[in-house]
Write a protein that binds this ligand. Structure first.
Ligand code: F6R
Length: 600
């Protein structure tokens, strides 16, 4: 959702702030802005549309410079997309940027209007600014004014503030992403909603807890940060991350899109994951000490699809009962939970608002909570009893690819650890890495299929049992990046309704492996008989399947069993990518989407 970057130091603020904002473009946005303190005056520049609009505007004002600045990319929630509603919001004393939703904004706005204040924008964020000014008018104390304003707002948000007579950056959050960084050599300080924006700038990153006022002061000799609780006592409610992501992560390298780069990273990541988890099994041992009555797997989107793959592992291999649900549904269901259950939360970002709310709900019911998460130090990571990291590196493409594979694999490792006698997974992981490489080497074949089918009206993806989540995930990938209608179904469900959709304009992408072969084959034949266009992903050479296919793609699973779905999924990742490319969409930043959904 909204992206935040702030800088204060000895150099010009514009360049790191704009660089940070460019890196946050992948999160989705509709306008961007920056505020700087120029010779004691807070100046704001903001533009609707792409970041380039703001960059071009600032180029014409190259004489402007400041050593302190905060920037923002907006994903509109309250108020139209225009320059006025873009952030930062400011007045003579303060400039602020905000990510999240202020739930009591209307009430606050009315109260402040009664006091004679006027509002320039339609945003909820501006109520924070006006309330802050009102508090400051009374106390003349910046820190106290921020704390009192923060206390008065409801909902999950992060705020960053700069003030007219200060070189410090103030930030505070509640259940929203926020990181504070410092470059220990130069003393320059940075804040952001995403550590990815700070790669290469900082040597140390702090992940503050909720309701901690973070004060960044580059002029202090050593400790550039103070962290205060809401009573203004020093607090240690933060974690520190010293190891940095590599600068490589920021570039697409030889690939045209981050999504493609991330798809091609998978074989290496699979091997890396195995080595990491074969060396450090501390968390796994703790997590699997006792068998839960039931595991509640809660996530959103692609992460939930990975959760369904994990559900299959836990149910079939461990005979553990599993409930899986969309986070946005689970939290409002009064779910049936008992104390011996476990909540397993899956998330790439670790900041998805609904997932976080479900984790809180489980904690409130005394459940142990575990995460499978990519971003170390994220809110989910900080909140759960135990975490299993994906070790996937930053995922920049909005459409999640490598994170899905790593999530499912971490789930496989967890399921294995629940066994009385865990298996040595080395050869399985090696085979998986090789099988994915074989798929990647056949990219041209997949591209040819994409070229022939990209103009069809709609796509139904089908699979059975362990391949069913892959049908769901394949359809999600296609709709999000190619903007075509696509649905995933359990193959046996077609004749209960969806088969009515088939004629010569509708494609069935059918996963037909040797498991449940006869049944799935007849499902495919039923579609073929209704003139559906058949793309079949089968197993190796198969004359029967080839005959009924318009396009046949035989997969070599190299003898894998449990991990087969992860191989099939890579074919569908490449297929969606190439269909989207033929359609000419913005693959890494598809319309209307945000990488990290931090509002409910
Ligand atoms: C789809 C996609 C989304 C995310 C979902 C959850 O490609 O990326 O469906 O999977 O928004 O996000 P995380 O995993 O960050 O909780």
């Amino acid at each position: 959702m909204c992206g935040i970057v702030g800088y204060s130091g000895k150099s010009d603020a514009v360049s790191p702030v704009l660089e940070g904002l460019s890196r946050l473009e992948y999160r989705g946005y509709d306008s961007a802005g920056i505020s700087m303190n120029i010779d004691g005056k807070l100046c704001i520049f903001k533009k609707e549309g792409k970041l380039d609009n703001l960059k071009n505007f600032l180029k014409e004002k190259s004489e402007l410079s400041s050593t302190i600045g905060i920037g923002h990319t907006r994903w509109a929630t309250h108020g139209k997309v225009n320059d006025t509603n873009a952030h930062p919001h400011g007045n003579e004393d303060f400039s602020i940027v905000h990510n999240g939703i202020i739930e009591n904004a209307n009430v606050l706005r009315e109260e402040l209007k009664q006091k004679g204040y006027q509002f320039k924008s339609e945003t909820d964020s501006e109520t924070f600014l006006v309330k802050l000014s009102d508090e400051f008018k009374q106390s003349k104390d910046i820190e106290q004014a921020i704390i009192d304003t923060f206390k008065s707002i409801e909902g999950n948000s992060a705020f960053v503030v700069i003030a007219k007579n200060s070189h410090k950056i103030y930030s505070i959050k509640r259940s929203a992403p926020l990181v504070c960084g410092v470059n220990e050599e130069s003393g320059d300080v940075y804040v952001s909603s995403d550590p990815y924006a700070l790669i290469g700038f900082t040597t140390k990153i702090y992940f503050p807890g909720d309701s901690v006022l973070c004060i960044a002061d580059h002029r202090k000799a050593n400790n550039h940060y103070s962290f205060l609780d809401l009573n203004r006592n020093e607090t240690k409610d933060y974690t520190i991350q010293q190891k940095q992501m590599s600068l490589n992560t920021v570039s697409k390298g030889k690939y045209e899109h981050f999504m493609l780069k991330e798809i091609f990273e998978q074989p290496e990541l699979v091997n890396k994951l195995f080595s990491i988890y074969s060396e450090d099994i501390t968390s796994l041992n703790e997590m699997t000490k006792s068998r839960p009555e039931m595991v509640h797997i809660i996530a959103c989107g692609t992460a939930l699809h990975a959760g369904l793959v994990i559900k299959d592992f836990l149910e079939r291999k461990n005979r553990i009962r599993v409930n899986s649900d969309f986070a946005s549904e689970f939290r409002y269901k009064e779910p049936l939970i008992c104390k011996k259950d476990v909540g397993l939360f899956i998330s790439q970002s670790g900041e998805t608002a609904d997932t976080l709310a479900c984790q809180e709900l489980c904690v409130a019911q005394d459940l142990k909570t575990y995460s499978i998460v990519n971003v170390e130090g994220s809110t989910l990571y900080r909140s759960c009893d135990y975490n299993l990291l994906l070790h996937a590196g930053a995922e920049i493409g909005v459409a999640s690819t490598k994170a899905f594979t790593q999530m499912a694999l971490v789930g496989y490792i967890l399921s294995n650890a629940y066994l009385d006698e865990p298996k040595d997974l080395k050869s399985e992981f090696e085979l998986l890495s090789q099988a994915i490489t074989l798929i990647l080497n056949r990219e041209e074949e997949i591209k040819k299929i994409a070229r022939d089918i990209y103009n069809y009206k709609g796509f139904i993806f089908t699979g059975r049992r362990e391949q069913y989540p892959i049908a769901l995930e394949g359809a999600l990938k296609l709709k999000e990046i190619a903007y075509v209608h696509a649905e995933g179904y359990a193959a046996g469900e077609l004749k209960h309704g969806p088969i009515a959709l088939f004629d010569e304009s509708m494609v069935n992408i059918a996963i037909v492996t040797k498991d449940l072969y006869e049944k799935t084959l007849s499902n495919a034949q039923e579609v073929k008989a209704r003139k559906g266009v058949m793309v079949i992903l089968g197993e190796g050479e198969d004359s029967e399947l080839s005959e009924i296919s318009d396009f046949y793609f035989g997969i070599d699973y190299l003898g894998l069993t449990d991990l087969k779905p992860l191989v099939t999924n890579v074919v569908l990742q490449l297929l969606s990518y190439h269909i989207a490319k033929f359609k000419g969409t913005d693959i890494d930043k598809p319309r209307n989407l945000a990488k990290s959904v931090t509002v409910e």
